[in-house]
Design a protein around this ligand. Structure first.
Ligand code: NAP
Length: 307
């Protein structure tokens, strides 16, 4: 039986692994995809302390992974489908999609969040043929072409700015009159000659023939609809927490895991960190801080168990 199982190997999970290994815990990290989390798709990170210049997201998180591996953290690739607390010995059984199980004395859930869908006609049909959720991955396909970005948060603003490296024009469609993202990003967006904000508007359909050719948007104030030709539509309208494998009693009404200041859930020995937990500010540095907090508290809990 492991001391600790960490579910998810984004910045939070990897930091928990680093702290857990340094505390001498026998731990296992289980990641559904490859280590890194959402940061892998971030072109540049400018607000992670310690780096004077912006650092590519993949580089930052692969350093975290290498650091955890140098400390001998075991990281496996598998899909967690359930976690069960065994009342007799207070252990946890973590079930994987391949039918196998792992047991541990503590669990840290760091499973992050997945992008939210717009749920409009054309979104699914043209996925990979003009519809994208990753500008870092697909932006270069739109050299000298016209793109649209949907959303008004930090991600939409950052990704719209990134797309100006390739696209000759970027429409930035937001359902309100003012962006939600950080002031520094808003200023950069408004200063960009390539970005045209489309305020108070929601996309009602993404249109095409084989690939995307236009989108139709409705002005929420006037109800007026217009169709604008574009070659690609990038959707950044937030994230939904990856908590499908958990008991609903652990979650709030947004599907996020409820924790206290120690990152402890209502189940003794189970912690949740980063974007999957309630009240997260969804910053890399905060996911890392959560990871350190949870690992140190898991260590203390293990000490008490053995008393
Ligand atoms: P977000 O802050 O939740 O913003 C989502 C945006 O999409 C909002 O502007 C929202 O509109 C809009 N939206 C949501 N549902 C929509 C729908 N169905 N149709 C149209 N628009 C919709 O998400 P995010 O930008 O991905 O950021 C997530 C978190 O990560 C935030 O806490 C953010 O600060 C953080 N983040 C930080 C950085 C950084 O520090 N460099 C970079 C990226 C992300 P409303 O404004 O009307 O709600």
């Amino acid at each position: 039986m492991k001391d600790l199982i960490i579910i998810g190997a984004g910045p939070g999970g990897l930091t928990a692994a680093i702290y857990g290994m340094r505390a001498g815990l026998d731990l296992l990290v289980i990641e559904k995809f490859s280590p890194g989390g959402q940061v892998v798709n971030t072109y540049e990170v400018e607000n992670y302390p310690g780096f004077v210049d912006p650092i590519p997201g993949w580089e930052l998180v692969s350093s975290m992974e290498n650091q955890a591996r140098r400390l001998n953290a075991e990281i496996i690739s598998a899909d967690v489908i359930a976690i069960q607390k065994n009342t007799a010995d207070k252990s946890f059984t973590v079930s994987l999609a391949d039918g196998s199980t792992h047991t541990s004395k503590t669990v840290i859930i760091a499973s992050g969040a997945s992008y939210r869908n717009l749920n409009v006609p054309g979104e699914k049909e043209y996925l990979g043929r003009g519809v994208s959720y990753c500008a870092t991955c697909d932006g270069a396909f739109y050299k000298d072409r016209i793109t649209a970005v949907v959303g008004g948060g930090d991600t939409a603003l950052e990704e719209a700015l990134f797309l100006t490296r390739f696209s000759k024009k970027v429409y930035l469609i937001h359902r309100r009159e003012q962006f939600r993202g950080q002031k520094i990003l808003q200023d950069r967006v408004l200063q960009s000659e390539k970005i045209e904000p489309v305020y108070n508007s929601v996309i009602t359909s993404i249109n095409g023939e084989g690939g995307v050719t236009s989108f139709t948007a409705k002005n929420v104030s006037t109800e007026e609809e217009s169709t604008i030709p574009v070659d690609g539509v990038f959707i950044f309208i937030g994230f939904v927490p990856n908590t499908q494998f958990l008991d609903p009693s652990l979650l709030n009404d947004r599907g996020e895991i409820l924790v206290d200041m120690q990152m402890a859930t209502s189940v003794p020995g189970m912690y949740a960190i980063g974007d999957v937990r309630a009240d997260s500010k969804r910053q890399i540095v905060m996911a890392c801080a959560d990871g350190a907090t949870a690992a140190l508290n898991a260590y203390e809990y293990l000490q008490q168990l053995s008393c």
